[in-house]
Design a protein around this ligand. Structure first.
Ligand code: ZN
Length: 202
């Protein structure tokens, strides 16, 4: 039973994520499976629940409704700002992702939805909000978590560099994974001073 996915197991997972229209939006690179601690909300609940009981070598197609994934699209998270409210020199383009930080250094990512004169429309919903997610998964490995991993709520097995990044990711926001670029800025005012790392473009 030791290689069966259950709470406090570290799982290595190869996956491809498609939208309902078949578009691939995320996948694990060959030989670089996603590692997560089962039962610790490292991954979206709809996927985690469907992986319980699988074992190494198992493959599964998992369909996750928005409510069990990144949530429904919330129209209240669409905000129109005047360009004067934004840091000067911030390049803006429809489809671009922009990271905003508050005083507590919480990062909120928004997508530029529209630009009309000086009015910029931002959508603060997760880019996958409202989407039904189709995962093709293969369980690569299942092992017991260490006491430290259980205490931290995430796996440590990929070495020091990954551990630090991972620790920061999950300390910052437990809801979903950030790219490490997201950790580069402290507050909104820094946009002016920082270089291109200050925001992400698609
Ligand atoms: Zn840790």
């Amino acid at each position: 039973m030791s290689n069966v996915i259950q709470t406090n197991k570290v799982v290595s997972l190869a996956y491809t994520l498609r939208l309902a229209n078949g578009e691939v939006v995320d996948y694990s690179e060959a030989g670089e499976p996603l590692e997560y601690l089962h039962g610790a909300s490292n991954i979206i609940p709809g996927l985690e629940a469907e992986l319980s009981g699988l074992k190494s070598g198992d493959k599964k197609e998992v369909v996750v409704k928005p409510a069990d994934g990144y949530g429904e699209h919330n129209p209240e998270l669409i905000e129109v700002m005047d360009i004067a409210e934004l840091p000067k020199g911030m390049p803006l383009q429809v489809g671009m992702e922009v990271d905003f930080s508050d005083e507590d250094e919480n990062v909120d990512t928004a997508v530029v939805k529209a630009i009309s004169g000086s009015q910029i429309t931002f959508d603060f919903n997760h880019p996958l909000a409202g989407e039904t997610l189709h995962f093709s998964v293969e369980v690569i490995d299942v092992r017991d978590a260490t006491a430290e991993e259980i205490a931290h709520g995430h796996p440590h097995s990929l070495g020091g560099e990954f551990e630090d990044e991972f620790d920061e990711e999950y300390d910052d926001d437990e809801d979903y994974e950030y790219d490490d670029e997201d950790e580069d800025f402290e507050d909104e005012d820094d946009f002016e001073e920082e270089d291109d790392d200050s925001y992400r473009k698609n």
